[in-house]
Write a protein that binds this ligand. Structure first.
Ligand code: GLU
Length: 313
């Protein structure tokens, strides 16, 4: 018999995530760490962490939940939030809201579509968003860091300068994307400065605990863990919708099929996920599948939504 009512109060989240950590342990060696950014190639496989923050404020963690890692593309969620705070609900003519079906750093579609990226989470779209944040706020690099510190309530957070420098040295594709879009007039600030800001936001070093706290507002209709409004309920809905349709690279259909909640992944092996009005979740395990999603992290979220029977479906 399947119970029809699930009470968050009675669910033993600690037991569930401990069990998940055990079940995914063999997967933490499957796949490969991202090595196209040399500083990330040095991260050891076999690691795992998970943090859950419920709407009522309770937090549950398992594994290395305080270990910082490179958040990489998860930072695109933060810059998109900053962009929407100024830009409002419509992203305008500069970036679309459709899944791309292409690898996150692909150039092909961009030429067909006149320099307008499909969505804000592929690299091209994220570069446009970072450019927009720079235009709206000025010193975007320090704003992004201050906002991350505030939303996660962790004043010690910082950019990992070694990772930022490493990506700068090898970021030829991102440079190509940014220059290409500049030729269409879709990057307004100097390319060098946009890339520098982008490489820094990607280098933010954060733990699963930090991330579950930072993006709690997306599970709480836009109100952060300190009770402050970050985004309106409508803006929150749109950010979550973009995560659902574009947040996990060109594996987004498979991810929705298996996991069934909005999520944003990064090539550092982290994934942030949201169950609207219920909880924010962060997982980390550095080895990735072909599309760039953490193997053990994706499986952990699949098991989590299965065991708790919480998904948007
Ligand atoms: N900094 C990485 C890049 O631009 C981010 C990629 C990712 O995490 O998806 O290639």
């Amino acid at each position: 018999m399947h119970p029809t009512n699930r009470s968050a109060m009675n669910t033993d989240y600690q037991q569930i995530i401990n069990q998940i950590a055990q079940e995914v342990a063999p997967l933490t060696h499957q796949g490969a760490v991202a090595d196209y950014i040399p500083a990330l190639a040095a991260v050891k496989p076999g690691r795992f962490a998970m943090a859950v923050k419920l709407a009522d404020g309770r937090e549950f963690t398992t594994g290395e939940a305080l270990a910082p890692f490179s958040i990489q593309s998860i930072s695109k969620l933060l810059t998109l939030t900053l962009f929407i705070q100024k830009q409002g609900l419509e992203l305008g003519d500069r970036v679309g809201v459709e899944p791309s079906g292409n690898p996150f750093n692909s150039l092909v579609q961009l030429e067909y579509e006149g320099g307008k990226p499909r969505n804000p989470f592929i690299n091209a779209g994220a570069l446009v968003v970072t450019d927009g944040v720079m235009s709206h706020y000025g010193d975007a690099k320090s704003l992004i860091l201050q906002t991350a510190r505030k939303l996660s309530s962790n004043p010690a957070l910082d950019y990992d300068q070694a990772v930022a420098a490493s990506e700068k040295q090898t970021g030829f594709r991102n440079a190509a994307l940014a220059n290409f879009m500049k030729s269409y007039g879709n990057i307004l600030n100097p390319v060098e400065e946009v890339l520098d800001t982008y490489f820094h936001q990607c280098s933010l070093a954060m733990s699963c605990t930090d991330l579950a706290r930072m993006f709690f507002f997306l599970a709480n209709e836009g109100v952060d863990q300190r009770g402050e409004v970050v985004t309106s309920p409508r803006e929150t809905k749109r950010i979550n919708a973009l995560m659902m349709t574009c947040g996990t690279y060109d594996a987004v259909g498979d991810f929705a099929f298996r996991v069934g909640i909005p999520a944003k992944s990064g090539v550092g092996g982290g994934i942030v996920a949201v169950i609207p009005r219920q909880m924010s979740i962060a997982v980390w395990s550095p080895t990735l599948n072909q599309q760039g999603n953490s193997v053990a992290g994706s499986r952990a979220l699949d098991l989590f939504t299965t065991y708790t029977r919480c998904s948007v479906f």
